[in-house]
Design a protein around this ligand. Sequence first.
Ligand SMILES: [Fe+2]
Length: 205
Amino acid sequence: MPSLRPLFVTQLYEASLNREAGGAALVAELEAACLMLAEEDAAGRAWCRAQGYGGYTSYASLNDLATRAPAFGALKRRLDRHAAAAAEAFGFDLGGRRPRLDSLWANVLNPGAGHSGHIHPHSILSGTVYVRLPAGAPGLKLEDPRLPMMMAAPLPRPDAPETQQRFVTVRPEPGAVLLWESWLRHEVPPNRARTARISVSFNYA
Ligand SMILES: [Fe+2]
């Protein structure tokens, strides 16, 4: 009987703060902290307006979230463990070193807004912690990294296994922690919920 052997696999690391002691409470604290930033960070709001970002992100304005509110500091300590676990699970040879948090930013995505396909340069692991996902809020759409080489490749059947699809949309629950290699292109489709979608994203170098 012939068999299939998956090669060059793209991994997605999935965990949940809800399964950790105090994790659910931390998610509630993060929600309040993200909304506080969105209200108080005038430079960030101005950047979002200038860039046409539909909502608020601290990405371009604040680089000290882990010291700005205790919730972000507590999150960083947990993410350090997840990043180390992901690096181990992905088989990275880091020469005995651990992944180091390079950036951490809050996202409050308004109804109707999305974030088109992108990668995260200058880092090895990227990811998101999902804080608030109202009904109709989008998940995370991941793209097959080999897409540019598929000029004549037949499309997969809709019933083909997830491992053989070109796009996979993950629908996380609040509290979910997702990590992937930073070169993996992904997007957030438009938010069809009536309220904001809140998440905290990060890069490890
Ligand atoms: Fe991203």
